[in-house]
Design a protein around this ligand. Structure first.
Ligand code: GLU
Length: 475
């Protein structure tokens, strides 16, 4: 459909001071979805102007987290720090155009202003003392900062797609610093110049940036640039309503990977934190792209709920392709701390076994880590270690049952879930035993546990030789 609107360009602009945390991942997802939903682009800007706190490891962790989540970006990531010369050029042009001015207030003067304001019960504001002074009055040798000549009257309106019209009295937005005396840009200036130069049409970010949006609007207006469309999404809170903390799940994306979550489950979980499509809970990525927009976004803070994420993850595991699950396990084995006979590498032969056993395994697991744990019986070396309950079942008559059953199984020529099931049923009937009285010790002997996939699947997957050997071990 032909349209006059410019193509949608969103951006994700993380500060590389730590991993990609869950709030950042949600912001990235929303920007990605909005771009994909509108045939647009999502750009990536690394806000690395804080040289002391920004690290290359954090940049890598963020890119890695985004890639794992399946959120790709268009073009090369932009480094904000590398654009400092451009930021400075814009600030100087604003001075030349009378939209900004040099301020030479000393740190002592600024402290005094703050203290005076505090004493009078006002918010601390710069009093505009250099606003209308002639630069020739500048103290000799001083470099000064560049401040925005912001309007003192009226109000600034942020027409937000989520928050609605939010009004800020201009008297509360003072003449903010654009360029520091060392020539480096402030965050506020850098964001505006970068968003403009990158052609961002839509800014979707956490609502902790709402006041910044008002300040940035003033900078856009001073520059005569069009203000992008803004959407400030509610922050994520913990289940108790308090600000999200580590205790609540404010972990990095790589931590979710290592906990055994699938990226599609996390996407589904995250999209529901601040956006809804009716009452839908299970939403595929294709559906998200089809349905995503400002309409479904809500204003109320979203609550993070680990149990819900787990349940969703279990759903995605149950419906996932077996080979995909095996490969997902292979991917996380080196980075997780789980005691498994697989070690931290999945050999090709092990992968084959895992894929074959997957239909039985995936029914129960809520995470890949649980899946790995429940697959232990496949790879464990004889003689098996037994869980206490399993040991008891065998000691309290189970081994005797198995002693009688084993010849019947050993006599089978064709070994499958069906043939072994038939043999076990026949045996139970002939000996007047309930099926469970045979199946329970069988499970214990073959897996060392009392919970496992269906016991006939276990028999089939392990193969005749291994099963008979495990049975011999206990009888
Ligand atoms: N770098 C900012 C942050 O990580 C984002 C700023 C923005 O999206 O405008 O919170």
């Amino acid at each position: 459909m032909p349209t006059d609107n410019p193509p949608v360009i969103t951006r994700f602009a993380p500060s590389p001071t730590g991993f990609l945390h869950i709030g950042g991942a949600r912001t990235a997802l929303f920007n990605w979805l909005f771009a994909r939903a509108n045939d647009g682009k999502m750009l990536l800007r690394i806000e690395d102007t804080d040289r002391e706190r920004s690290t290359d490891e954090a940049v890598d962790a963020i890119l890695d987290g985004l890639s794992w989540l399946g959120l790709d970006w268009d073009g090369e990531p932009v480094s904000q720090f590398s654009r400092a010369a451009r930021h400075r050029e814009v600030a100087e042009k604003m001075v030349a155009d009378g939209k900004a001015y040099y301020c030479f207030a000393t740190p002592e003067e600024l402290t005094e202003m703050r203290e005076k304001a505090r004493a009078e019960g006002r918010p601390p504001r710069y009093d505009g003392r250099w606003r209308d002074r002639d630069p020739s009055e500048a103290p000799a040798g001083a470099r000064g900062v560049i401040r925005l000549k912001a309007p003192v009257e009226g109000e600034t309106v942020v027409d937000d797609k989520v928050q609605g019209e939010v009004r800020f009295p201009n008297k509360d937005l003072d003449d903010l610093v654009l360029l520091r005396s060392d020539g480096s840009p402030t965050y506020m200036l850098a964001v505006v110049v970068d968003d403009h130069d990158m052609g961002a049409t839509h800014i979707i970010r956490g609502d902790d940036h709402l006041t910044n949006a008002a300040r940035q609007t003033l900078i856009y207006q001073a520059l005569g640039w069009q203000v992008p469309i803004m959407a400030h999404i509610p922050l994520i809170h913990g289940p108790d309503g308090a600000k999200l903390s580590k205790r609540h799940g404010a972990l990095g994306a790589e931590a979710y990977r290592a906990l055994g979550y699938l990226p599609e489950a996390l996407r589904n979980y995250l999209v529901r934190l601040g956006w809804a499509h009716g009452d839908d809970e299970i939403i595929s990525t294709e559906e998200m792209i089809e349905w995503f927009g400002f309409d479904g976004m809500n204003k109320a803070a979203a609550r993070f709920d680990f149990a819900k994420l787990e349940a969703l993850n279990g759903h995605y595991i149950r419906h996932a392709d077996d080979a995909y699950l095996a490969d997902s396990i292979a991917r996380i084995l080196p980075e997780i701390d789980v005691d498994t006979p697989l070690g931290n590498n999945l050999e090709p032969a092990e992968r084959d076994v895992l894929v074959a056993a997957m239909p039985g395994l995936k029914e129960r697991a809520k995470t890949l880590v649980e899946l790995i744990d429940s697959a232990a019986y496949l790879f464990i070396k004889r003689p098996l270690p037994f869980e206490e309950k399993a040991r008891r079942i065998l000691d309290e008559g189970g081994s005797d049952v198995l002693r009688k059953l084993t010849p019947a199984l050993a006599a089978l020529e064709q070994w499958s879930a069906e043939s072994t099931e038939q043999a076990v049923r026949d045996f139970a009937e002939a000996n007047d035993l309930k099926l469970g009285k045979v199946a329970q010790p069988l499970r214990a002997a073959l897996t060392g546990r009392t919970i496992s996939p269906g016991v006939f699947d276990v028999l089939a997957v392990l193969g005749k030789e291994e099963c008979i050997a495990r049975l011999q071990d206990v009888i």
